[in-house]
Structures are given as structure tokens and as C-alpha cells.
Design a protein around this ligand. Structure first.
Ligand SMILES: [Zn+2]
Length: 473
């Protein structure tokens, strides 16, 4: 099996299905000789971090900053800006900092939406797993030796303080005068009956439920209930690409759940992310959400495909296979959205950006008798978006291959044109020759010269470059 795959290895990039095998074979192809072992990718089992409860803002940052201290040559944690409430939004860079050659860059972000707590757990779990398994798992070694991985675990950082008291919260906390009475955030929903949940009162007409009102009291005595919530702007409608397109989601109305904000990048959180992206050359990016299980890609604002639809479909299809068959499609063919992260990343920066919706539970909703006949208190929103805390690790483990696939793909795409000047020629051969005889971690090691990705630079790599000599990109 291994021999056959080795022989076919060069064709992996041309055959989408084959490229999936790269992940699996890499563990077997990189020479051993260190204490590293070949753990399956989904069983990295970090020892630090408490994975049977959701992490809040402080817990996430404590964990990241601890890793920064304990593994200074692998982890760099830095602030990319501040939220509305002045909290730092942290980005974590993972890479072997002792290897200073140029590396491709990839980007991951979680927690745009307040109630989607699981979307922060996944990138956090990846960071801890990757760092703890460096020098123990060869796939992890290769990834951190060859790629710079940037991760913003949580973008909507203020929302960690809101989600526990209102599990419906989606937007950020930017004070918005939703009912246009000159006051801000003066009448949010309340836990009327003190049971710890803000429920939705629905009426049953014999065939379907319809919303009557949220649980709450008339906080400002104006005769209306819950007419001005805490916040906010939907951060994933606030990016500056087709921000005000006539999409079905991305409302101009402040009271809407998907309010896009007063202007593109009106929010400090999206501006922080934008500025980070502008300072880098990310090749791929993934944004994590919950409330569905699927993988989507641009365009979001229209049902028309991008000119790179084939590539988007190939990557999304491979990711789908790796995570057990989640549906994948162009976002705009699901429903159209304006000002979304993926569209700006691709449309403004040429980055192949995807959204992974990693969890939902449609059976989460349940109903208890309400105050009037045929009315019911509807509960379950938190469980719709997030698994039981005891299932966090199971849920995020399933999506871990996404990180490895994306990182690996950037490595493979370097191809034979080592110096990236658009043609395969004597200069590329010279670069490989210079690195000849070196191995992963060696001072002369040049990752892009390891054409067959077997962890050493030898005559086989030279042969692959020679075979494509004279090619132009
Ligand atoms: Zn979301």
C-alpha cells in the first residue's frame, strides 16, 4: 500500500481524491529517527485544557498565554486589536520559529457569533493539540516546520460575557438604538421566571409554531417588550465586500439578527481582523460557525459561482470527506448573504476562504406550557448551536483534519518552481542542489525542495524538478 502510494505521489495534486491520501501517508513517509510516533490525527488528546466545559474569554487567553510561555519557539500570541469593551482580540501564530525560511501562511478564525460557543473550542483545541504534539507526531512536526498558521480563536470576545445570560445573543455588543428612541440597549429580554433561561413564547395554531414574544419585562416602561437588546452588529455581515448587496441576509435594520452595521468594517472586531489579513499573504482561510453542519464557499452574496469554483469545490469536497461527509456547496446557493468574511477574503484579497459550520442539533428544541392556551415556552437554542459540554472533545476532534488538510495543501502547491519566478529552470535546480542531503530540521533544509515530501532532499527531488524543467506557470 505504502509503496504504491509513493509511486503515485506526484499525481496527488492532479487527482483530487488522491490528495486526501497525502495526509494519511505523510506519517509513514517521513523518516523516523526521533522519538516521534504516528498518532492518528484525530487522537491527539491534549493533556492541558479542560475539555468538558466551555472556555470563556479568560480561560481561552490563559491557556494561549501559558502555551506562549511554555513553548516560545512554537507559539506567538499577540493582540490584533480591541473589542467594543476594550478587550484584546488575540491571534496565535503556530510555526517552528527556528526555521526561518519563507513559509506559506494560512488563517483560521472562530466565534463570530455569540451563541456559537463550540466555534471557539475547535480552534483552541487545535492549537493546544498541535503544540503539545510537536516532537511527538510527525504530521504535526511537518505542519509547524513548513507552514505559518495563524489562528484567532474568538473574534466576538465581548460576547463571552453576554452568552451566559442571554443564550440567544448572536451579534456583538456595539450599542445600537434598535427602536430608534434615542436610547441604547435599554430593553433587552429578561429571565422573567428566574429559571436561568430566556425563552421564546410561541403559539401553536394546530400546524405550526409562531413567535409571540421573548421572555422579558418592560424595562424602560414604554409599553413595549424587549425592543432594544444589548448590541449589536452581526460581525459576519460587516465585511467590506458586497456589504450592501441585495442579498437575502445582511439586514440594514438595526433590530435584525443579521444587521450588517452602519457601514463596512464599522466594528472594531472586523477592523482588527481586516488589518491582520492585510499584513499577511494567507493562501487559505477557514471560519468556524455552528447551527448547521456543512462547508460553504464564495460567493455568498450571489448565487453566481466565482471563476475559481472548481478549486473551491475540490477543496470543500476533500474537507467534506475528511470530516465524514458534511454537505458542501457555494454559500449563495444555500442563501445569499452580504458582507461575509469568505467573500471579502476572496473578493478583496484573493484568498481561498471557507466557512465550516461544525455542529447543530435539530432535536434540541422543546416546549413547555405557556401563560395562555396554546402558547408554549420554547427552549433549546443553546443546545441547537452547541453540544453538551461532555461532547465538546468528540465534536471538535471530528473537524481537526481541516487544519491538517489546509496546511498540507499549501505545502504541496509550491510545486517545482522553488523560487516562485514563474518557470522551472536551472535556478530551481540550484536551490534543491544547495539543500541536497538535508533532512527536516537540518540547517540547510529547504522545505520547498522536498518535492516528494519524504522528509529528505535527495536525487529523487532533483529528478522531479528536472522532469518539469522548462515548464512555465
Ligand atoms: Zn455563525
Amino acid at each position: 500500500m505504502v509503496e504504491m502510494v509513493k509511486a503515485d505521489f506526484r499525481f496527488a495534486r492532479a487527482v483530487p481524491m488522491m490528495s486526501l491520501l497525502i495526509l494519511i501517508i505523510t506519517t509513514q513517509m517521513v523518516p523516523t529517527g526521533t522519538q516521534a510516533t504516528n498518532n492518528p490525527l484525530t487522537q491527539l488528546n491534549p493533556s492541558s485544557g479542560d475539555w468538558d466545559q466551555y472556555h470563556n474569554y479568560t480561560a481561552i487567553n490563559d491557556l494561549l498565554l501559558d502555551l506562549n510561555t511554555s513553548h516560545p519557539s512554537l507559539v506567538e500570541v499577540f493582540s490584533i486589536g480591541e473589542s467594543h469593551w476594550g478587550k484584546s482580540i488575540y491571534c496565535t501564530r503556530l510555526t517552528n520559529e527556528n526555521l526561518t525560511y519563507e513559509k506559506p501562511e494560512v488563517f483560521f478564525v472562530g466565534y463570530h457569533h455569540a451563541r456559537e460557543l463550540i466555534s471557539a473550542e475547535l480552534p483552541l483545541y487545535f492549537i493546544v493539540s498541535a503544540v503539545e504534539n510537536y516532537d511527538k507526531n510527525l504530521v504535526v512536526n511537518r505542519m509547524l516546520d513548513l507552514v505559518e498558521i495563524y489562528v484567532v480563536v474568538a473574534l466576538n470576545v465581548d460576547a463571552f460575557d453576554v452568552a451566559p445570560s442571554n443564550e440567544w445573543q448572536r451579534k456583538n455588543v456595539h450599542p445600537i438604538d434598535e427602536d430608534e428612541d434615542g436610547l441604547f440597549d435599554e430593553d433587552p429580554p429578561d429571565d422573567e421566571d428566574g429559571d436561568g433561561f430566556i425563552e421564546n413564547l410561541v403559539a401553536w395554531d394546530g400546524t405550526q409554531y409562531s413567535t409571540v414574544r421573548w421572555e422579558g419585562v418592560d424595562d424602560d416602561g414604554d409599553g413595549s417588550l424587549n425592543e432594544d437588546w444589548l448590541g449589536g452588529v452581526d460581525l459576519n455581515r460587516n465585511y467590506g465586500y458586497e456589504w450592501n448587496s441585495s442579498a437575502s441576509s445582511g439586514s440594514p435594520h438595526p433590530s435584525a439578527e443579521d444587521y450588517r452595521g452602519p457601514e463596512p468594517f464599522s466594528e472594531p472586531e472586523t477592523r482588527a481582523l481586516r488589518d491582520l489579513v492585510l499584513q499577511h499573504e494567507f493562501e487559505y482561510a477557514i471560519s468556524f460557525h455552528s447551527g448547521a453542519e456543512n462547508i460553504v464557499y464564495p460567493w455568498g452574496y450571489t448565487s453566481q459561482p466565482t471563476q475559481h469554483d472548481q478549486i473551491f469545490r475540490e477543496v470543500a469536497g476533500n474537507l467534506s470527506l475528511l470530516v465524514g461527509g458534511a454537505p458542501y456547496y457555494q454559500a449563495g446557493s444555500w442563501y445569499t448573504t452580504s458582507g461575509v468574511f469568505d467573500d471579502w477574503m476572496y473578493g478583496a484579497r484573493g484568498i481561498f476562504a471557507f466557512t465550516c459550520e461544525i455542529y447543530t442539533d435539530h432535536t434540541a428544541w422543546h416546549h413547555e406550557p405557556g401563560p395562555e392556551p396554546n402558547t408554549f415556552w420554547e427552549r433549546g437554542v443553546s443546545q441547537f448551536f452547541n453540544p453538551n459540554p461532555l461532547m465538546i472533545e468528540t465534536t471538535v476532534s471530528k473537524w481537526m483534519p481541516v487544519f491538517f488538510y489546509i496546511a498540507n495543501r499549501t505545502i504541496n502547491e509550491r510545486g517545482e518552481d522553488l523560487n516562485l519566478d514563474g518557470k522551472v529552470d536551472i535556478h530551481d535546480l540550484a536551490m534543491a542542489a544547495h539543500a541536497f542531503g538535508s533532512r527536516l530540521g537540518h540547517s540547510r533544509w529547504l522545505f520547498i525542495a522536498d518535492m516528494n515530501q519524504d522528509g529528505r532532499i535527495d536525487i529523487r527531488d532533483i529528478a522531479l524538478i528536472a522532469k518539469n524543467f522548462g515548464d512555465e506557470v
